[in-house]
Design a protein around this ligand. Structure first.
Ligand code: SAH
Length: 453
């Protein structure tokens, strides 16, 4: 074992999937957060286990050529960004390798099928959604901000460089209202107090803003005043929603929404189509990159007018609806009722009449569709990080679509599912990583699978 507090001269040779630097000391893997591959440094051991250890950079002897100086004062404490200390190109290299390693090692595919990652033109200010915990500082003032890593400590932010710049005025007005009126703040330890999260969404293309207050209550004291302050001062404000979450939980939003102002949703334009988004519906946080992702998905799907398309995990219908004009009919499946409601409205909004949406669990819906003898020619899968249930993979394989387009936000579960599909006779034809989350370790991947090899 390496000894705690000992200092070693070493070189960072790799990253973990979480973006921590890794070096080898006496054949131990030592994880060194905030270091860069190529750094030659003195590393101090902070914690040592049987086969690995954690360390921190004590002194950089010679910096990695990929190092840049972080352009954010709270980069090291905040935890929102993993990469602000290396160039964007080396971040893309990390993501490419992450996808490559997962798909070749776990997925068992030939690495030459993976194309070069599609990077972002703009790596800052891209997030159109912020869910900011509300807290009080030592002077008793209400604050909002991000949690520091692995803690529930909140770091206040005025100008986060990942978030859309459209959010700052709304944050300031909300804080002014809360402080003026001494609205209590939720304390998770004793499960009391009112304000839990300030949840903001911005439709970049239409310049529409949504303010959603997540509260441990069904109504707010001085609710009307809040509506007045926000609506009078924010010309692009489209909606204010009160979301009630009275549960003892880490989940941010509760199930109940009440519209305090506007229609309860915002409408964005994506791939030249209109999408209405309400608070509980999923919408990609990086609009510009989402368009590139969906274009790739459409290219891989290569649909024609005689075909039936099944869009699994469809959210507000974005992927399927952008392809609906190229197929005979579209079926979307999504588990969140409000998202299905949005999807149905989005079909109408875009004059699409060949789409049907089902509110159900994907695996169960697939079984129902199979019983209905629906035979999709192409299935799009866009599951959350945990990937597809194996029973869904079984049913899909039995439905035997010609093509499966898998859009994934987690290379590891994607690779696991590819492997399962390969046991059912599906082969990966091509794959491409897309960066929707610059400055973080997250990466999306689109994969085309088919029965032909
Ligand atoms: N394709 C959409 C949404 C992708 S996010 C888009 O690109 O915008 C994944 C979606 O899967 C979310 O909307 C989530 O609510 C939904 N979901 C999660 N678990 C599900 C399940 N078991 N069955 C169906 N949908 C599910």
């Amino acid at each position: 074992m390496l000894k705690k507090n000992d200092i070693y001269q070493t070189e960072i040779i790799d990253y973990t999937t979480e973006g921590s630097g890794v070096c080898k000391i006496d054949s131990f893997a030592v994880f060194v957060p905030s270091s860069a591959v190529g750094d030659k440094a003195e590393v101090k051991i902070l914690k040592s286990a049987k086969n690995y250890a954690f360390g921190k950079v004590e002194t950089i002897l010679s910096p990695s050529p990929n190092r840049i100086s972080p352009d954010c004062d709270i980069f090291n404490q905040c935890g929102g960004c993993t990469f602000r200390h290396i160039t964007y190109q080396s971040e893309l290299d990390f993501k490419q390798k992450r996808v490559y390693d997962a798909l070749t090692r776990i997925g068992g595919i030939d690495g030459s099928l993976i194309s070069e990652i599609i990077g972002a033109d703009e790596s800052d200010f891209y997030r159109n959604k912020a869910q900011l915990p509300v807290t009080v500082n030592s002077e008793g003032n209400v604050k909002v901000g991000f949690f520091a890593p692995r803690t529930h400590r909140v770091i206040a932010l005025d100008d986060c460089q990942l978030q859309s710049r459209a959010f700052s005025p709304a944050i300031n007005i909300f804080l002014e209202w809360a402080n003026q009126n001494h609205i209590s703040v939720y304390d998770e330890k004793i499960h009391s107090g009112i304000l839990r999260h300030l949840y903001l969404r911005y439709a970049e293309k239409t310049d529409e803003l949504m303010v959603c207050i997540v509260a441990n209550a069904n109504e707010l004291r001085k609710e009307k005043q809040l509506v007045q302050m926000l609506s009078e001062n924010l010309p692009n404000l489209k909606s204010i929603v009160l979301n009630t979450n009275t549960d003892k939980t880490n989940v941010i939003t509760g199930k109940k929404c009440r519209t305090l102002y506007g229609d309860g949703y915002i409408t964005d334009i994506l791939c030249d189509m209109k999408f209405r988004i309400s608070p509980l519906s999923f919408y990609q946080v990086n609009r510009t990159q989402a368009e590139k992702l969906y274009q790739k998905a459409a290219e891989f799907a290569n649909l024609n007018k005689n075909e039936t398309l099944l869009d699994m995990y469809c959210g507000t219908g974005t992927i399927g609806l952008t392809m609906a004009n190229y197929v005979k009919n579209l079926i979307g499946v999504e588990i969140i009722p409000q998202a299905v409601e949005d999807a149905k409205n989005n079909a109408v909004l875009n004059e699409i009449s060949n789409a049907e949406f089902i509110c159900a669990d994907a695996a169960q819906a697939a079984k129902i569709l199979q019983k209905r003898n629906v035979k999709p020619d192409c299935i799009v899968l866009d599951p959350p990080r945990k990937g597809c249930e194996s029973s869904l993979i079984d049913t899909i394989s039995e439905m035997s679509p010609e093509r499966i387009v898998y859009v994934s936000c987690d290379p590891a579960t994607l690779a696991r599912d590819i492997k399962l599909f390969s046991e059912k006779g599906y082969f990966v034809e091509k794959a491409v990583p897309v960066d929707l989350f610059p400055r973080t370790t997250h990466v999306e991947t689109v994969v085309l699978m088919s029965t032909e090899n």
